[in-house]
Design a protein around this ligand. Structure first.
Ligand SMILES: CC(C)(COP(=O)(O)OP(=O)(O)OC[C@H]1O[C@@H](n2cnc3c(N)ncnc32)[C@H](O)[C@@H]1OP(=O)(O)O)[C@@H](O)C(=O)NCCC(=O)NCCS
Length: 139
């Protein structure tokens, strides 16, 4: 499959980021807020099929010790072709040397274990909208 990898927010069409993340219910931010969180991230990855965005992901990090991966998603019709792993590998490369953490929906635990992540026994969080996360089985 032919695609381009872009690691910058410059001239990016954030309506497409919004479209992908909104489709999966991964974020309820509007387009401007989506742009803000990607621009404020340490590393971003966009996969493009010509002008069509087909995958996204970002890492929040200090660049040295700790990184959190967020919003990894591949457009529905492109799933199952290894693109999710491509996004993951590029983000990991950008935060090389860091401890990498993420939280995901309970239904994706198997995927991240498949990709080499270990379940943390001592992770804690203070979340906004905790009721939602409790109901969905995150905590
Ligand atoms: C999760 C997601 C990014 C993966 O992208 P993708 O391009 O479909 O994934 P890939 O093709 O790179 O890799 C999938 C691999 O994981 C495996 N896998 C998928 N789900 C799995 C699960 N629940 N348990 C174990 N392995 C799983 C597949 O068998 C495949 O293995 P292989 O590469 O050895 O054949 C994509 O499916 C997606 O966008 N999902 C919706 C959004 C989402 O929920 N994102 C994660 C939230 S943090």
């Amino acid at each position: 499959m032919e695609y381009r990898i872009i690691k910058s927010c410059k001239e990016m069409d954030f309506s497409q980021v919004w479209e992908i993340l909104h489709f999966y219910g991964l974020s309820d931010l509007d387009i401007d807020a989506q742009e803000e969180v990607f621009k404020n991230s340490y590393a971003v990855v966009f996969l493009m099929d010509k002008e069509k965005m087909i995958g996204v992901g970002r890492a929040v990090s200090d660049g040295r010790t700790l990184a959190a991966l967020c919003n990894i998603a591949v457009r529905d019709e492109y799933r199952g072709n290894g693109l999710g792993k491509v996004i993951l590998d590029h983000l990991l490369q950008e935060v090389k040397g860091c401890n990498v953490i993420l939280y995901t929906h309970p239904k994706h635990i198997g995927l991240y274990e498949h990709w080499g992540f270990s379940k943390l026994k001592t992770a804690y969080g203070i979340f906004q909208n905790e009721e939602y996360y409790k109901n969905e089985g995150f905590m």
